[in-house]
Design a protein around this ligand. Structure first.
Ligand SMILES: Nc1ncnc2c1ncn2[C@@H]1O[C@H](COP(=O)(O)OP(=O)(O)OP(=O)(O)O)[C@@H](O)[C@H]1O
Ligand SMILES: [Mg+2]
Length: 361
């Protein structure tokens, strides 16, 4: 079998090429308008503002040369279009979140360039929200989207550990640049900013201020999706975010137990009250398949997530099996989607990413 063409390698290749006008790279500067990766073929459309035709042609050649070097690439279609400088950058498409007139300016700050804000929530703790958020973000990036991941669990941040990576950079004007992971996802977590072993002693207002800064001061650039990893339950963070940030929708993570239905219902009620559409329910820890005999055990019961979704009248997006590699990968900063891409769990996350793209389309 041929090796699967790596989306990360494609994005990395595009990151090596600079816009001749601003000097920013194509990937992070938001110059990529379309990127389709299908088996051995890559199709990329780039728009450059105010570039000369010769410079645009040079960029087109560089894209081809850079993509040719990737293992598994057989067909490349690269197109560079020039936008006249005075037309300004292309704005997010209609249907993306609009900054509401009631949104406080501080929150509104830098999110105009984000097309979809998607919250990952749960009625109760420990069901795997952060795991789902991290793997979904990577899977979406792998499908050619520009993705950010915001750890809004200010009381117990975990994405700095799950996604690994270094420190965010800040400049004198107070702008914060998210950490860029190897998998093309931009991440920011309070865990990046506070010391690892320091207890989270900041309380309420201070923490909420930190959350606000994530929206006002973090330079996300153009994103297709910003995945927001929420704290468990329906507390202050979820409510504040729903009030201040134009959310495209929320996904609710649950485990298959019967009690999970009650929790999922609470989560759903909160989002409905806040006018945030629920994109669907994800069932985590659905089953365990014995690696040697392939016997499947429904440890936490069977079909709870699907049943909840049906009863609540929202889509069932799919289930993710139990895999010990999820725990080790999460602890090591290498989510399973990149660590064991052929595992059933990784494939489940890929499928969930496709489902979510369909839901928001
Ligand atoms: N499908 C899975 N298989 C095995 N372990 C999993 C799975 N999903 C999550 N875990 C593990 O369960 C633990 C809790 O997961 P995670 O931190 O993602 O949950 P959470 O809902 O974000 O928790 P919290 O409510 O504390 O924020 C972690 O150790 C994680 O590695
Ligand atoms: Mg969490």
């Amino acid at each position: 079998m041929k090796p699967r063409l790596s989306h990360y390698a494609v994005r990395e290749a595009l990151r090596q090429i600079k816009d001749p006008v601003t000097g920013r790279n194509l990937e992070d500067g938001g110059f990529i308008r379309q990127l389709e990766i299908d088996r051995a073929s890559v199709r990329v459309l780039v728009t450059l503002m105010g570039a000369s035709p010769a410079a645009a042609e040079e960029v087109e050649n560089q894209i081809r040369e850079s993509l040719e070097k990737i293992e598994g690439v057989e067909e490349i279609r690269a197109e560079v279009r020039i936008l006249p400088a005075q037309t300004g950058p292309e704005l997010p498409q209609a249907g993306g979140p609009q900054v509401g007139s009631q949104a406080a300016p501080a929150w509104a700050g830098r999110i105009e360039e984000i097309r979809h804000v998607i919250a990952v929530a749960s009625g109760k703790g420990g069901v795997g929200k952060s795991t789902v958020a991290a793997n979904l973000a990577i899977a979406l990036a792998g499908q050619g989207r520009s993705v950010g991941l915001l750890d809004a669990d200010i009381y117990g941040p975990s994405q700095q550990m799950m996604m690994g990576g270094g420190q965010p950079l800040a400049d004198e004007s107070g702008k914060i640049y998210p950490v860029e992971t190897d998998w093309g996802v931009k991440v920011i977590s309070l865990g990046h900013i506070i010391e690892a072993d320091q207890p989270v002693i900041w309380r309420g207002p201070l923490l909420m201020k930190a959350l606000e800064q994530f929206f006002s001061d973090v330079v996300w650039g153009k994103l297709d999706e910003l995945i927001v990893d929420l704290p468990p339950g329906t507390g202050d963070v979820a409510i504040t975010l729903c009030q201040n940030v134009p959310m495209t929708g929320a996904v609710i993570v649950t485990t298959p137990q019967d009690v999970a239905l009650i929790d999922a219902r609470k989560g759903l009620a909160m989002f409905t009250k806040m006018d945030v559409p629920v994109l669907g329910i994800i069932e985590n820890m659905s089953f365990y398949e014995c690696p040697s005999c392939h016997h499947v055990e429904y440890i936490f019961g069977r079909g709870g997530g699907e049943k909840s979704a049906k009863e609540l009248g929202v889509p069932y997006l799919g289930g993710v099996p139990i895999d010990p590699a999820i725990v080790s990968g999460g602890d090591a900063g290498k989510p399973i989607v990149v660590e064991k891409p052929d595992s059933a769990a990784a494939k489940a996350f890929e499928e969930l990413a496709s489902q979510i793209i369909q839901q928001i389309a």
